[in-house]
Design a protein around this ligand. Structure first.
Ligand code: ANZ
Length: 980
């Protein structure tokens, strides 16, 4: 799946930075990590000066030395310094430990889930949205979700579950094909190269995937079953062909995917793109609309995703009403326009009809006089996307058809208009326009001076605002015509709608209708790099015939030339000998379908294949599916909240209906991880005179420059950030989506090289709540790296000279103290609770607290430390495995039981007791639960704050309620209470 983070841009883009001092403070990628620049002079002063020099040289390109020369000499020094710095920074020997344990896991296939698992044990299927292996490799957004699922997988294994935690590749896709067009490199080569890179990156992060189950959507053994599902859909009438508009780019001679069209022109070359109807394969997802809607209620998914799915399905109840077209003499013809309305109660207010520009009957309605303007209008509309057409803010446009229809309720002739705010693809492609009660119609009628007739008043009798539509429900007025037997005056909108439908059904003027926004799924792409659609067409009749199931997989033919055909024919049509075939049943010549499936296809059902990835006889074995279904937790980006999840739910339901799967829904729980934005930038505004201006006043000024301010020159003041040396200057703090062009991309490989995979994993989990967006912060990763270093040194001991570490550990065999047991069990309880609640960051805080407490102990009993290492292992598995083995264990800890919190140690043994002096609470003391009055009084007299009230004062009496309060009454006659 292609993870795009494009939607999030929480802060406005800054104006271009053009002040000369921005040369190397302007967010361009610095050749060294920023922390080197800020390092104390004593530690890396020579380096810092090299850095400055380099910048100077690069900025001015002077000193008569060629740039490349300077670069190469600088990079040698840079490399040397970097290595030194890694040794210096290394809080523990992660660069030895991590590859060692990765090798161990790989060699021992530690995380393999055998085919014949003991099914009497509970199961846990934890799945990541599998990635599209792009050429850019992993970005730090990937490990966020992957670390979370890895923690869950490791945790559940240790709790005795059979865990299914697989990984694979959503490997068909546009970039590989575009690259093939540009370079002639076969998309398979590029894709396999990218997959290899992704796989090794994932392995370097220590994720516990069962690599024996790896699948890739481009492998024929996999797409055989994607094609098989298509045939099942075809068999059940759920796949069909229809003429639908596609993005046709005449200049490039190709059909473009939506993502290749930007603002009406091709992304490549900026050529105009038009909508052109073409014969396409469609999947009838609309047949499942109600079930897709109803079954959402049972799912443990974020409410926001469920709501997005509901909106996408967009169920609405209304009526279809018939409006007969009038001839030029005003007489009723046989031709009728059926409209879809959700407000039949407003029918008396329908003062015109609108048909979409692509309305099929349009040409037979349009008058000769209007035909040219209608054709012109249709042409303009064909260049607009549905989104552009329906945008509320856009000015409405339209053209009169020259023709009228009869409003069946009041018998009045009303004009028929053509306007693109009505879509051909929704309802019937035609509407009855009620300008008094629909905002868009109101705007349109006002523009073209069409009558506006009020037929509903608000329930509370309030006045209708003039110049605006009243779109709410209310009491119906002006709506009676006894000639046709319809009188709805005085009824509520709901009752009136009901009555109109009843009347329409009785008189043949219409019927009740449920509509969905959900459209059938356009299931064909004019691309090479996709699954071939297993259908052939007979040469004589053009009849479509499904490829026999026994002939699957229908493999993609080899192709050398991936360039578009220029005719709109898909590139596969170039594979002439593949296209030409014979229908096996009739022996007649036939041609193969040359469209391929969209990228969504492979990702619709991959979670099922992971259950049984090597099965060549069935998509998935029944027993295996019964055991592993449904996916217990599915983690991925929110950008897949609608389409991917809806499409897979649809396929799953079809597979359920034909008995391939045993559950109605594929994913029990879905979680979206937040987005990781680049480091926060602090920006100061400058006036045209070059002086700083506070960000709050800069907005009003409009004209200003911006300068990025290094973190060390920034302080927080209340809610804002200000310049350290001038707190009156408020700064803008902003974070951007990571992108190459901004130079703020953090590469996980670099982080792993510098701090280790465990630090990266821990940091990504510690950044903040898992579901929230968060900003990358290099100091943050240093923080968790230090924590791991502290943990290591606590257990293994301080480093020996030369930075080496001793073997074994420093733990002792003593019995743990009560304090130690309490600290441990508190940590176990918290970590367990937080992993179960997917609050991974607070789980880490609990471990940090434990380590802080443990540093205060003289001795570190093995039993306590061992349990802690087990707690740490899902988060930082490399370090945990190393410590586990140093603690004397032969096997991996991957299946060692996860510690259980003992409630005896969780009970708080002390309480906070409020102390009053003469009835006024003056402070509190910490006492043992069963503490006596005498002990409480002694503690109170020793307390720094309370002693000031009590010292040397005569006491009249003491009131003590055990566990609740101690009240000391002083002898007032002799003393004045107060603090001197
Ligand atoms: C008359 C009317 C009066 C309407 C009124 C609304 C308010 P939903 O709820 O989204 O289903 N409509 C129908 N087909 C359309 C199309 N193809 N393109 C654009 N608009 C279309 O909306 C249904 C309402 O949207 C319908 O009810 C219709 O306008 C409009 F006071 O009919 B109504």
């Amino acid at each position: 799946m292609n993870i795009t983070h494009a939607k999030v841009q929480p802060f406005p883009r800054s104006p271009p930075l053009h002040h000369p001092t921005f040369l190397f403070s302007s967010g361009q990628k610095l050749p060294f990590p920023r922390k080197f620049i800020t390092a104390p002079i004593g530690r890396s002063s020579s380096f810092a000066s090299i850095l400055c020099k380099k910048h100077t040289l690069l900025a001015h390109g002077c000193f008569g030395v060629s740039r490349s020369r300077i670069r190469s000499s600088v990079s040698e020094v840079e490399e040397e310094q970097k290595q030194k710095s890694v040794v210096m920074k290394r809080a523990y020997p992660f660069n030895e430990i991590e590859p060692k344990w990765q090798r161990y896991w790989e060699e021992n296939r530690t995380f393999r889930t055998p085919d014949d698992v003991d099914t009497s044990k509970p199961k846990y299927y934890v799945l990541d949205m599998f990635p599209y292996p792009s050429g850019a490799g992993l970005h730090v957004g990937h490990p966020l979700g992957y670390t979370a699922t890895d923690i869950l997988a490791r945790f559940k294994r240790m709790q005795g579950y059979n865990v299914l935690h697989p990984m694979g590749w959503d490997a068909f896709g546009l970039p590989a094909e575009q690259y093939a067009i540009e370079t002639g490199t076969h998309p398979k080569l590029t894709t396999l190269r990218n997959i290899n890179c992704f796989r090794s990156q994932l392995k370097s992060l220590g994720f516990s995937y069962d690599w024996d189950r790896e699948i890739s959507t481009i492998e024929p053994e996999y797409y055989k079953w994607t094609q098989w599902i298509f045939l099942q859909l075809l068999k059940r009438g759920l796949a069909y062909q229809a003429e639908v508009p596609v993005n046709w780019c005449p200049a490039l001679g190709t059909v473009l995917a939506n993502e290749e069209v930007v603002d009406g022109v091709s992304e490549r070359g900026g050529h105009p793109v038009i909508r052109k109807p073409m014969q396409q394969w469609m999947l009838k997802i609309t047949a499942y609309a109600d079930r897709l809607l109803e079954d959402l209620d049972e799912l443990d998914w974020p409410e926001s995703i469920k709501e997005m799915q509901r909106n996408w399905i967009g169920r609405s109840e209304g009526a279809e009403m018939e409006f007969y077209v009038l001839d030029s003499d005003g007489r009723e013809t046989d031709m009728k326009i059926t409209v879809y309305t959700t407000r039949p109660d407003t029918i008396f207010g329908a003062t015109y009809l609108v048909v979409a520009p692509e309305y099929t009957l349009l040409s037979s309605i349009v008058s000769a006089k209007q035909s040219e303007s209608v054709e012109e209008y249709k042409d303009i509309a064909s260049r607009k996307s549905d989104l552009e057409r329906t945008e509320l803010q856009k000015e409405k446009t339209g053209v009169f058809s020259g023709c009228y229809a009869k409003n069946p309720a009041n018998g009045e002739p009303i004009p028929i208009w053509v306007a693109d705010y009505v879509l051909g693809s929704y309802g019937t492609g035609a509407i009855m326009a009620v300008p008094a009660h629909d905002t868009r119609d109101h705007e349109f009628a006002s523009k073209y001076t069409i009558p506006i007739k009020w037929v509903v008043t608000p329930n509370d009798g309030s006045c209708i605002e003039s110049g605006k539509a009243y779109s709410g429900e209310g009491i119906v007025i002006n709506s009676s015509n006894m000639m046709v037997g319809l009188d709805i005056n005085g009824f509520s909108s709901k009752e009136a709608a009901h009555k109109v439908i009843e009347w329409a059904e009785k008189t043949g003027n219409g019927k009740k209708k449920v509509n969905y926004k959900l459209r059938d799924w356009l299931f064909a792409r004019q691309r090479y790099w996709g699954e071939p659609i297993p259908v052939i067409f007979l040469a004589d009749s053009g009849e479509s015939i499904p490829v026999l199931e026994t002939e699957l997989p229908l493999t993609l033919p080899e192709l050398d030339d991936f360039t578009p055909t220029g005719t709109g024919e898909p590139p596969l049509s170039k594979a002439v000998s593949w296209v030409k075939t014979i229908d096996p049943s009739s022996g007649k010549p036939a041609t193969r379908e040359t469209n391929t499936m969209p990228q969504w296809a492979g990702s619709c059902w991959y979670y099922l294949r992971f259950m049984d990835p090597k099965n060549s006889k069935e998509l998935v074995d029944k027993a295996k599916e019964m055991y592993w279904s449904p996916v217990d937790i599915y983690v991925g980006g929110a950008e897949h909240a609608v389409l991917h999840l809806l499409y897979s739910r649809f396929w799953h339901k079809v597979l359920y209906d034909i008995g391939v799967v045993s559950t109605k829904e594929p994913f029990k729980c879905v979680i979206n991880q937040g987005i990781i934005l680049g480091e926060v930038q602090y920006v100061a505004c400058k006036g045209t005179d070059g002086n700083y201006i506070s960000a709050d006043s800069a907005n009003e000024l409009g004209e200003h420059f911006q300068e990025i301010i290094p973190e060390e020159r920034v302080v927080k003041s209340g809610e804002y950030f200000v310049l350290k040396d001038n707190p009156n200057i408020r700064l803008i703090a902003r974070a951007h989506k990571m992108s190459k062009s901004r130079g703020n991309v953090v590469n996980p490989d670099d982080v792993v090289a510098e701090y280790g995979a465990d630090s990266l994993r821990l940091y990504e989990m510690f950044m903040g709540p898992f579901r929230d967006s968060k900003t990358w912060n290099t100091n943050g990763i240093e923080g968790v790296h230090r924590f791991l270093g502290r943990t290591w040194r606590l257990i293994v001991g301080s480093p020996l000279p030369h930075g080496m570490f001793r073997d074994g550990t420093m733990v002792t065999d003593e019995e743990p103290t009560m304090e130690q047991l309490r600290a441990l069990h508190k940590c176990i309880a918290k970590v367990t609770e937080e992993i179960e609640g997917t609050r991974f960051n607070t789980g880490i805080s609990a471990m940090m607290e434990f380590i802080n407490a443990a540093y205060k102990w003289d001795k570190h009993p093995k039993s306590i430390i061992e349990a802690f290492v087990l707690l740490l292992s899902p988060y930082a598995p490399h370090m945990a495995e190393e410590l586990w083995s140093r603690l004397g264990h032969q096997d991996s800890m991957a299946y060692a039981p996860f510690p259980k919190a003992d409630p005896t140690y969780l009970k708080e043994s002390t309480i906070v007791l409020p102390v009053q002096i003469n009835g006024k609470t003056r402070g509190t003391i910490q006492v043992e639960k069963g503490c006596s009055e005498e002990d409480a009084f002694t503690l109170a007299s020793q307390d720094e704050k309370l002693s000031k009230y009590l010292d040397g004062k005569p006491i009249k009496k003491r009131i003590f309620v055990p566990g609740k309060i101690l009240n000391v009454i002083l002898d007032r006659q002799n003393v004045k209470v107060g603090v001197q």
